[in-house]
Design a protein around this ligand. Sequence first.
Ligand code: PEP
Length: 255
Amino acid sequence: MNSQRIPLIAGNWKMHKTIAEAEAYIQALLPKVSSCEGVEVAICAPFTALQALVDSTRGSRVEIFAQTMHAGDSGPFTGEISAPMLSEIDVFGVVLGHSERREFYGESDHALRAKVPAALAAGLMPILCIGETEAEHGDGDTQRKLRHQIQEGLGDVADEQLGDVVIAYEPIWAIGTGKVATPDQAQDICGFVRALVADRDPQQAERTRVLYGGSVKPDNAVALMSLPDVDGALVGGASLEADTLAAIIDAAGAG
Ligand code: PEP
């Protein structure tokens, strides 16, 4: 964590929670986060719960994010949602390129190259997810994979907007597995990611928030959140309970 960058803890609910469950969760979370100065909190919710969550978090420190979007503003794309549709209801940002979208729905680096600037153009904060598989990790192929994902995902973002994109490094072997990167691994790779942004623009790289994601829990969060190049976390399973997410937010405040 670096004092120039405000840490961000983003809970990714995936395909969990009806509107009623989402509302109950937020009512439990809000009192727990009202005093955690200096940490930004995001909830990445299913489309159906976004409007209710935007309304019930207005004026609080909790920002509401979507979990995906289409690159175009409108068109014949059945089932898709566009960036202007999200910003119309005051959604704050959007997760792009989560490994589950890449694996199960064929989201490509090419598509992300269009989605990241489309989110920015609509005033949404993109969280661009990148990460290597277990096999790539074992083969020493992590840096090559991440370099490609960053070059593509940020390829059409103007230099002066690079710092507005949040990058989540999520090793795929750590997502939902209980295996977590060691602090040394997380620092190494998050530092490498920042260096890739610095190749484009060193000043913007200092603004860019790089999150770690993959089996973050309250008991490993303190060590991860105190690393110099880790500016927060993208949290899946542990974000489903308000108490657990609040404990991770406290760890980020302490880091
Ligand atoms: C995720 O889905 O982005 C994630 C990091 O999940 P988990 O925290 O459950 O590993």
